[in-house]
Design a protein around this ligand. Structure first.
Ligand SMILES: Cc1cc2nc3c(=O)[nH]c(=O)nc-3n(C[C@H](O)[C@H](O)[C@H](O)COP(=O)(O)OP(=O)(O)OC[C@H]3O[C@@H](n4cnc5c(N)ncnc54)[C@H](O)[C@@H]3O)c2cc1C
Length: 387
C-alpha cells in the first residue's frame, strides 16, 4: 500500500489544519461527564461543523452520503483532528463508526437515504443493543424475541451495557426471529433491526460505572413494535450482518484513538521531565516501550484502513489483532500515567484518573481479549477450533 501523499492530499492536510485552528477556539466548553443532554448537544454540534465544512463521512461511499475519499485522506483526517485536540465522536460513536457503516454496506437504498444523512449531520444518535445478561461473549445465545405480526415485529426481551442509550434516537438491535431447535443452530434465527428508541415499550435504566458516570444502561423491551422495513438484511440472516458491524467496531472504530494515545504519551513524557519522574529508568523504559507500541499500532491502523478500502469497505479479520493490542496498550498507558503522576493520580475528579478507570473497560467492550485471541488463533493462525 502506497501512503505517500499526493500534492492534492498535502493541500487537503493544510486546509484541514487551517480550518481546525480557526474553529476549535470557537467551541463551547466541554460539558461534565454526567451531563448527557449536554454531551449529546456538544458532540452533535461538533459533527454539524464537520458536516458543514465537508469533513463528515470522508471515507463513506458517495451514494451513502459520504465523500468517497481514499484511505490516505481518511488517515490524514484522523491524524490532524487528534493532533489539534479536536473533540472525539462521543455520543456519535455507534452511528458514525459501526451502525452507519453497516447500513452503508448492507442497507437498501431507502434505508441508506433515511438513516445515514442524519448520522453525518449529527442530528440522530444511535446505540447498540447486542449484549444481554446471558449473551455477551456468546452473543449468538441472545434471547430477545421478535414475533412477526403483519408488517411489524413485536419485540420482547432485555439488553444490557447499552452505551449512550439515554440519549439515543435509534438502536441497532439483535433479536431472535426463529427459536433455536434441531434445524436452527443459535447463529441462525437472528435478525438485525433498527429500533426507534422512543417506541412505546422501550425502558432505559442507566447504570453507573466505576468512573462514576452513567455511560451505559440496561434496556427493557416490552412488546415493542418495529416495522419490518427497519430490518437490515434478510430475516434470520442477522448473524452475517452482525459480523459486518463487529468488523467495523473492532477494525476501524477505535483507530482515531491511537493518535490520541500518542498525544497523551507525549504529554506524559513532558510531565515526567518536569516533575523528575523521568530520572527513574523504569518509568523511562515504560514510556519508550509504549512509544514503540503506539507507533506500531498506527502502522497497523494504516494497513487495516487501506485493506478495508481495497476489499470493498468492510474491514477484515486484522481488526481483532488491532483491538487486542490497542486495548492492552491503552491500559498500560494509564498505568504508566499513574507512576508518573504519583498521588495526583488518585484524585477522582482528575481527567487522567477518569481516563484510567475507563481504560479498564477497553479489553471487555466490543468483545473481550480472550475472544479476540480465539479469533486470531482460529481464523488467522488456523489453530483448531475450541469447544
Ligand atoms: C464500556 C463498555 C461498553 C459497552 N457497550 C455496549 C453496547 O453499547 N452495546 C452492547 O450490546 N454491549 C456493550 N458492551 C458489552 C460488551 O460487548 C460485553 O461486555 C462483552 O461482549 C463481554 O460479554 P460479557 O460481559 O457478557 O462477559 P462474558 O461473556 O460473561 O465473559 C466473562 C469472561 O469469560 C471469558 N469468556 C467467555 N467465553 C469465552 C470463550 N469462549 N473463550 C475464552 N474466554 C471466554 C470472557 O473473555 C470474559 O473474560 C459494553 C461493555 C463495556 C465494558
Amino acid at each position: 500500500m502506497d501512503l505517500t501523499p499526493t500534492e492534492e492530499e498535502r493541500e487537503f492536510r493544510a486546509r484541514l489544519r487551517e480550518w481546525l485552528a480557526k474553529v476549535l477556539p470557537e467551541l463551547p466548553a466541554k460539558p461534565s461527564p454526567d451531563d448527557w443532554p449536554g454531551r449529546r448537544a456538544y458532540d452533535a454540534g461538533w459533527q454539524r461543523r464537520l458536516y458543514d465544512a465537508g469533513y463528515a463521512g470522508l471515507h463513506w461511499p458517495v451514494d451513502a452520503g459520504g465523500q468517497g475519499a481514499g484511505p490516505t485522506r481518511h488517515l490524514i483526517f484522523l491524524e490532524e483532528t487528534e493532533r489539534a485536540g479536536a473533540p472525539y465522536v462521543g455520543a456519535n460513536f455507534v452511528g458514525l463508526l459501526h451502525a452507519g457503516p453497516t447500513i452503508a454496506a448492507e442497507g437498501t437504498a431507502a434505508q441508506r437515504a433515511r438513516w445515514l444523512p442524519p448520522v453525518l449531520r449529527g442530528d440522530e444518535v444511535w446505540c447498540q443493543g447486542f449484549s444481554e445478561p446471558g449473551a455477551g461473549s456468546d452473543l449468538a445465545a441472545l434471547r430477545t424475541r421478535a414475533v412477526r405480526d403483519g408488517d411489524e415485529y413485536v419485540v420482547t426481551g432485555s439488553k444490557i451495557w447499552t452505551s449512550h442509550a439515554e440519549v439515543a434516537d435509534w438502536c441497532e438491535l439483535l433479536v431472535r426471529t426463529t427459536p433455536v431447535g434441531p434445524d436452527t443452530p443459535k447463529h441462525r434465527g437472528i435478525t438485525w433491526l433498527a429500533m426507534p428508541m422512543d417506541a412505546p415499550g422501550v425502558t432505559v435504566r442507566p447504570l453507573r460505572t466505576l468512573a462514576g458516570s452513567t455511560e451505559f444502561a440496561e434496556m427493557f423491551l416490552d412488546e415493542v413494535r418495529v416495522p419490518v422495513g427497519n430490518r437490515v438484511g434478510a430475516e434470520d440472516d442477522g448473524w452475517r450482518v452482525t459480523m459486518v458491524t463487529l468488523s467495523f467496531e473492532r477494525g476501524t472504530a477505535f483507530v482515531g484513538e491511537v493518535v490520541a494515545c500518542r498525544r497523551t504519551l507525549g504529554d506524559l513524557a513532558r510531565t515526567a521531565k518536569a516533575n523528575g519522574r523521568w530520572d527513574d529508568p523504569v518509568v523511562r523504559r515504560a514510556l519508550g516501550r509504549l512509544h514503540g507500541e503506539f507507533g506500531a499500532l498506527w502502522r497497523l491502523t494504516q494497513w487495516n484502513v487501506g485493506e478495508s478500502e481495497r476489499s470493498g469497505g468492510v474491514p477484515g479479520i486484522g481488526g481483532s489483532v488491532f483491538k487486542l493490542a490497542y486495548s492492552h496498550a491503552r491500559q498500560e498507558l494509564y498505568d504508566v500515567a499513574a507512576q508518573v503522576l504519583g498521588a495526583g493520580s488518585l484524585v477522582l475528579d482528575e481527567e487522567w484518573v477518569l481516563d484510567r478507570l475507563s481504560s479498564l473497560s477497553y479489553t471487555i467492550a466490543a468483545g473481550t481479549s480472550q475472544i479476540q485471541r480465539n479469533i486470531v488463533a482460529e481464523r488467522i493462525l488456523g489453530l483448531p477450533k475450541g469447544r
